[in-house]
Design a protein around this ligand. Structure first.
Ligand code: F6R
Length: 607
């Protein structure tokens, strides 16, 4: 959600902070602010709007000689979008930034009111600043320890105390914080992306451990005062991976990253043509001892799970259910020691997905997660992790993270079927070869990029549309529809093609286009009948096929777009790229900010 950065060292802190906030802006972008030591006192500059607005304010402020400070980009939860609600917040001796939600802020506010203390903003964060100040009698670490016992909810804090120049104190519960000490000084952030300029070695701040950052070192102590050694991690992403690389938008770059990201995810897991998770320390018993799989995740990641269900049930013949993580734990899922819960998350921090893992563990189920960010909370709390190697995904709309998640499901389904003798060696090798071919064929789609602009132009006046499909195409319809809503703000609904006539077809008129996914040959003729049904009611149809169907004419669709012909089971990769392009061009053509759609944040760390 919010983006956090803290820096103390030898560089100009205002530059480090504003640069870091630009890199973190995808996490939240309704307001931004920094606070820094200017000599002995703390000065704050904050504003609503983008980080660019903050940069302009900082430049006009003529700051010199600041080498220690904290910065924040906000995605509002408590209190509207206003300068006063932006972070950093100061109360008494304390200035802080916060990522998360303080759940008991109302009770705390009432307690503090008894002492005549009132906040100036409507935020839960200012209450946290007031609590820490209330606990402060001169020792910052003691104050944070005492406040930690009073605060409930999720938080990642970076705190500066009056009288302690050059130092930043940090603690977290739930919300992510990663840190590094490098030549330039000490840096802490909500996301590894903001550390890449300084180091590729970093650590995740353990929960309820207090970090003290100075220009020379980072020290960690737990709540009992014992010193804690950080567990260092290394990331192989480079700074370029987190830049636009000449593309107009991160989303476009990330669409293009897909063939490499997919190969990076698959290749280390294929030996002699067979899938293996040996290097991931995922033993085959995870599959052989499991009689039921539950998959849960949010948004796009959940859509990857829908494809996963289809593949695992088809290949490994084990029942799979898929649920959105925000509903999962409230649906009282049936789990025992023979259940495998598979969670999927790009960020590895999604609160609802994490809660599902914790619940599964209480029931004795095994947990396997598919995660992009190394060392993230979901990765650390799962019994087994299969990392995807998409590199940093900066655009809010997920593209490459989705297709690499799909690829891991292909590997899981194949390994599962192989070790349970549902597929023999030759069949498994053919499956993996088909997977690699499907990925290679994506380059042909990327080369035809501008064709998708032309197709999208036909949606210029659309305000509402339907995505329809059957089988795997129904799963991809959901992803195409979400992508379109998310960045182009066109209302869209994904529907099982055969289900339309049971009510929803009443919404089809000549103003409501239909994007029909028809890549699956076993249901192709049925899809064509469904398309005729919507066509007969005036819909303009965009048809996506697996290889070109020359028999298709204007009586069926206005546009036929085809993916290079692949075995049906592998069509989701090509289809995914096409629906991503359609959403992308619709948004660009409407002049929208593709990478930072309104109201959204990249990483959803609150429930
Ligand atoms: C949509 C999108 C979201 C995320 C969802 C889960 O384009 O990106 O729907 O997929 O918020 O996030 P992660 O994968 O980080 O758990």
């Amino acid at each position: 959600m919010c983006g956090i950065i803290g820096f103390t060292g030898t560089l100009d802190a205002t530059n480090v902070l504003t640069k870091g906030l630009s890199q973190l802006e995808y996490r939240g972008y309704d307001s931004a602010g920094i606070a820094f030591f200017e000599n002995e006192s703390i000065r704050t500059i904050k504003t609503t709007g983008k980080v660019q607005c903050l940069k302009e304010k900082v430049e006009a402020a003529n700051v010199t000689g600041a080498t220690c400070g904290i910065g924040h980009t906000r995605w509002a939860t408590h209190g509207g979008v206003s300068d006063i609600n932006s972070h950093p917040h100061t109360f008494g001796n304390v200035t802080l930034i916060h990522n998360g939600i303080i759940e008991n802020y109302k009770e705390l506010q009432e307690e503090l009111a008894l002492q005549g203390k009132t906040p100036v903003s409507q935020t839960d964060t200012e209450i946290a600043a007031m609590v820490i100040d209330d606990c402060f009698t001169g020792d910052p670490i003691e104050a944070i320890k005492k406040a930690d016992a009073r605060l409930e909810g999720q938080y990642g804090f970076c705190v500066m105390f009056k009288g302690h120049p050059g130092k930043i104190f940090c603690i977290r519960n739930g919300s992510p914080l990663v840190a590094t000490h490098a030549e330039a000084g000490s840096v802490i952030a909500s996301d590894m992306v903001a550390l890449l300029d300084y180091s590729k070695d970093y650590f995740v701040l353990p929960e309820h451990v207090i970090a003290t950052l100075t220009k020379d070192e980072i020290t960690l102590v737990d709540l009992e005062g014992n010193s804690v050694e950080p567990e260092m991690l290394h990331v192989d992403w480079d700074v370029d991976a987190a830049m636009k690389g000449g593309y107009e938008y991160f989303m476009l770059k990330e669409i293009h990253d897909q063939p490499d990201a997919l190969m990076n995810t698959i290749r280390p897991r294929v030996k002699n043509g067979l899938p293996t998770f040996e290097a991931d320390n995922v033993p085959d018993e995870v599959f052989t001892h499991c009689n039921r799989i539950l998959i849960t995740a949010c948004g796009t990641a959940m859509h990857a799970g829908l494809v996963g269900k289809n593949l695992i049930e088809r290949l490994a013949k084990v029942p799979v259910t898929v649920d959105v993580a925000s509903e999962f734990r409230y649906n009282e899922p049936i789990m025992d020691e023979n259940t495998l819960l598979i969670t999927i998350s790009q960020s590895g921090e999604t609160a609802d997905t994490l809660a599902a893992i914790r619940l599964a563990k209480e029931h004795g189920a095994k947990t396997l997660s598919i995660v992009n960010v190394k060392g993230s909370t979901i990765a650390r709390e799962s019994d087994y992790v299969l990392y995807t190697h998409a590199g940093p995904e900066i655009a809010v709309a997920s593209t490459k993270a989705y297709t690499v998640q799909l690829s891991v499901f292909y590997l899981i389904a194949a390994r599962f079927a192989f070790v349970t003798n549902k597929l023999n060696e030759e069949e498994t090798k053919t499956f993996i070869a088909n997977l690699e071919n499907a990925i290679e064929s994506l380059n042909e789609i990327l080369e035809k990029e501008m064709d998708f602009d032309e197709v999208s132009a036909s949606l210029d006046n659309a305000t509402s549309l339907f995505y329809i499909g059957r089988g795997l195409d129904e799963c991809l319809s959901r992803e195409g529809s979400l992508k379109l809503k998310e960045i182009s703000y066109i209302h869209s609904e994904a529907y099982a093609a055969g289900e339309l006539k049971h009510g929803t077809i009443s919404l089809i008129t000549d103003d409501v286009p239909v994007i029909a996914l028809a890549t699956q040959h076993n249901v192709y003729s049925k899809m064509i009948s469904n398309i005729r049904e919507v066509k007969a009611r005036g819909a303009k149809v965009i048809l996506i096929t697996n290889g070109e169907d020359e028999s298709i004419d204007e009586s069926i669709c206005s546009f036929q777009v085809s993916i290079p012909k692949v075995d049906d089971m592998f069509a989701p990769f090509g289809t995914a790229v096409i629906v991503q392009y359609l959403a992308y061009f619709c948004a660009v053509r409407r002049g929208l900010n593709v990478d930072q759609p309104r109201n959204l944040a990249k990483s959803v760390t609150v429930e």
